[in-house]
Design a protein around this ligand. Sequence first.
Ligand SMILES: CC(C)[C@H](C(=O)O)[C@@H](O)C(=O)O
Ligand code: SF4
Length: 424
Amino acid sequence: MSSPSPRPQTTAQTMAEKILSQRGDRAVYAGDLAVVEVDQVMVVDSIAQSFIERMERDLGAVPKFPERVSIVIDHVAPASTVSVAQAQKEAREYAAQTGVRLFDVGRGICHQVLMEEGLARPGWIVLGSDSHSTTYGAVAAFGTGMGATDIALAAASGKTWLKVPESVKVTFVGDLRDGVSAKDVALEMIRVLGADGATYQSIEMHAGGRFSRGERMTLANLCVEAGAKVGLVVPGGEILDMYDVPQWVYPDPGAIYVQQVEIDLSALNPRMSAPNEVDNVHDVSELRGLRVDQVFIGTCTNGRIEDLHEAAAVLRGQKVAPGTRLLVIPASSQVMEQAMEDGTLLTLQRAGAVLGTPGCGPCMGRHQGVLAPGEVCVSTSNRNFIGRMGDKDARIYLASPAVAAATAVMGKIALPGDVVGVGA
Ligand SMILES: CC(C)[C@H](C(=O)O)[C@@H](O)C(=O)O
Ligand code: SF4
């Protein structure tokens, strides 16, 4: 005889339970419904039109707290077609009328911009009209993606409701070897959990003091590729210097997890996700030698200054292989400025990179580097589904910026050590 399992006899809470309890009006546990305050609602260009329609036509509402709403024009920026231009024009007009924040063409990718602007903070609830809104978990914000209707309801009321997710605990032990990066860790984590292995769950990452904010963003960003509702990194390291972290965001000892996983960082090699699923992860050495038409370094996963530095370290004094294109798109205008100031862009340009406007670039195949049938691309992004970057017969391999850069120099999948003079 089976009966519904009783609530565990503990008041100890996971990080997701802690945040949703604190931001709601009662203590909640996995499976409960939580009604919570929303600190920031983020709308991207591609969704702006349906968001505005839901607000004006369906709800007849204006944003309750305009300062808590941001529209970012990033996915197809600058506009590629008349209809895209029209949608962006309407988004600008809406922002001017309602007083919500607008980050226009060139400011950068939504998640990077919100983080730079301090619009995601420890303990905050941040809803985005974009699946990679899990990125805010890097700073212990409960960040999650929702559709236009839910986003509009949150903007109109200042609140949202959601089922409290169960949690998976991922503990990182050991230290990364040289040449292995947070991207490799993130890909390994997705392999271990599986592409739908954490569906509607919270991936709670225990990293101690390891990882910078940018690296934590890479980790939290990929969590949605395991189906997770949210990806929370327990605050530590530089996060403690950068933010006031309230004690109540930390998980309690004795909290209940549906799964616990340990990843030994010292055992990791550079990793690569092969077509057509993000969890199809291999050591780069297994895929080495495959001819590559295009390399793309950028996106909300790996378009930050440290990523461009990693790439420049490999590309300095080198040339992109004939027959291979290298596109580099900084994640934001701030990243672009830093990379200009410190000479990184010059290094990349001299190596033969094509530099693009801060934004999503060709990540989802809308413009600026769409792939032809049969082409192979190595990308630092987070998705390699069929048709993601253009034709359905193009193939996408996901890797770290260092591996992407080495691949560009060699014209085929390569490790930084394969480039003469690097790491020697
Ligand atoms: C356009 C946007 C809604 C989409 C997402 O939700 O993630 C895009 O950013 C992506 O990466 O596929
Ligand atoms: S960079 Fe790519 S993954 Fe990130 S928000 Fe833009 S399209 Fe989505």
